[in-house]
Design a protein around this ligand. Sequence first.
Ligand code: SF4
Length: 371
Amino acid sequence: MQILRKTNLEALKLVDRLEREEFLEKMEEKNLVGRGGAGFPTAKKWRMALEQDKKPLLVINADEGEPGTFKDKFILENNCETFIEGVMLASKVLGAEKAFIYLRGEYEYLRESVEETIDELDKKTSKDFDITVVRGAGAYVCGEETSILQSIMGERGNSMKKPPYPTEEGLWGRPTVVNNVETVTCIPQLLVYDDWNPDLRLFSLSGNVSNAGLFEVPLGVKVSTLIDLSRPKNSLKAMSLGNFGGIMPIEQDMEINPELIDGENCFHGTYSLVWIDETNNIADVCKNIAEFYTYESCGKCTPCREGSKEILDLLTKICNERGSEEDLEQLRYMAKHVNQTSLCGLGKTVGKHVLTGFEHFEEDFREKVEL
Ligand code: SF4
């Protein structure tokens, strides 16, 4: 696996030999883009922070909470050394005197090993990096960059309006670069290995399958290949792209690319695919996802706080076979409305599974109200 390649701190040695601009150019040449979901070019983000008057700070987002996603956990467990090397490199190149690793609350068990790796690398490099591990409290919304910053500053993990973007005004008013664990781990690797491949991605595959797990495969991979790797127990009907990416019917020949993968409504997100088989009704799947959103809504804005609850209530009624045609209409209306009017990325996708579920599997919802 490319992501497991260790660099034996060779990349850190380059810090003293290459100028900042050479580093940035190398990252651009190798086409490194963020691996947290948005796919923003990493060097461009760094440049935006470096253009500001104040010195930047660095935050590493280790708060992956998208259901079905477990790639950053794998890196922290299996190649923490290269990850920390990447954090040190990024700190040095950005001139950030302080870096924070924002660790998902549920990954508390990894904190000790991450801190030990930081200490080990500090000793080996005799450089003075200031890296602090901050533990989140288990809120999904804290995977969003502005919420992370609020949380690190000791505030409630609420999303903030953008602009200003964190690269302009982040932690304590300082420009702040927020990068994801996988992105940062790629940095030493692309510097040391000429054959580093920017198109490889970590796919988290799960569901009712015999071989759930993490697979590193190139972009453009066909859905049929991912199905073969997962070995489903029953015939498949759909795939859920994390929670926020939507529900799509299985199309064996479809290629997974960085763009919206159905060219319209469904996002690839963090390349997590949860397979849904023929024994599942999509309305039940949507209810399950709605429970997640209702629990995770931070409550700051009304559409998401109230709307996620109403979507869940409607789905519960429909799934209990007490729903009506009007309930289906209201469900669709609410899903659209909440997506359009919520403040942050979480609320903007609260209705996605309902809308895409309806688009492709309307009969599953109708079956529930017609019984
Ligand atoms: S959209 Fe939801 S999670 Fe985001 S700020 Fe509003 S209530 Fe909080």
